[in-house]
Design a protein around this ligand. Structure first.
Ligand code: PGA
Length: 251
């Protein structure tokens, strides 16, 4: 069944991309502008160094996002960027709680919640990531772990406009492994129910993306699953042809 929500296909460039990568972004922007992405909204989250230039190149149809933000508005936080700064540079989205930040920077659910609230405060839409490790799935704890992450990191002020949830099993990120269609369907159904309980007004409208080794050849099958309202794409978003092919498979 096609999603009743406007799908979002978001690219996360992670720590990839010098100025030369902006030509790839221009091809993505041109493709989105001429309708190559079908009915999906599209966003690219480049490294912060490219953000302002990316906004100029992207035009009105391709949104640009940050990959992380600090909870505070400003202050003595060397190396951090506030959500207000991202907004000021033209970003419309910011990823929070990506597993690489949770793992490499020790980010807790409480910090992820504060970052999502910072995004709301600055007028950005937060793409909030949750997902279990391989060990947790093998131990039968995937629903527990992900349910707890949602409960503790989704702010009460979340709405269908300011929050996008991304289910990204950690073991599927950058590995070429993907869960079965049934496993994705079960997790997304579970997440929809949790969101509706936590957010009685907005939970039904919050988009739930799938992320983890989404490629042009598996996108159509993943994006056809009930309650999969788009994709968060890492590696394949670095190539315009792949990113556009993924977005176009959302019909
Ligand atoms: P991947 O990354 O598509 O390269 O697996 C997804 C992500 O980390 O958002």
């Amino acid at each position: 069944m096609p999603s009743p929500r406007t799908p979002l296909v978001a690219g996360n460039w992670k720590m990839h991309g010098l100025s030369s990568a902006l030509s790839e972004l221009a091809v993505i922007a041109e493709g989105v502008a001429r309708g190559a992405a079908g009915r999906a909204s599209c966003a690219i989250c480049p490294p912060a160094t490219l953000l302002a230039k990316a906004v100029e190149i992207a035009g009105p149809d391709l949104a640009i996002g940050g990959q992380d933000c600090a909870p505070r508005v400003f202050g003595a936080h060397t190396g951090d960027l506030s959500a207000e700064m991202l907004n000021d540079a033209g970003a419309r989205y910011v990823i929070v709680g990506h597993s690489e930040r949770r793992e490499n920077h020790g980010e807790t659910d409480a910090l992820v919640l504060a970052k999502a609230e910072a995004a709301f405060r600055a007028g950005l839409t937060a793409i909030l990531c949750v997902g279990e490790t391989r060990d947790e799935r093998d131990a039968g704890r995937a629903f527990d772990v992900v349910g707890r992450q949602v409960e503790h990191s989704v702010p009460p002020a979340s709405t269908a406009d300011n929050l996008v949830l991304a289910y990204e099993p950690v073991w599927a990120i950058g590995t070429g492994l993907v869960p079965t269609v049934d496993d994705v369907a079960a997790m997304h159904q579970f997440l929809r129910e949790r969101l509706q309980t936590l957010l009685p007004d907005g939970g039904a409208g919050v988009r739930i993306l799938y992320g983890g080794s989404v490629k042009p050849d598996n996108a159509a099958a993943l994006l056809a699953i009930n309650n999969v309202d788009g994709a968060l794409v890492g590696g394949a978003s670095l190539k315009a042809i792949d990113f556009l092919a993924i977005a176009a498979s959302y019909r």
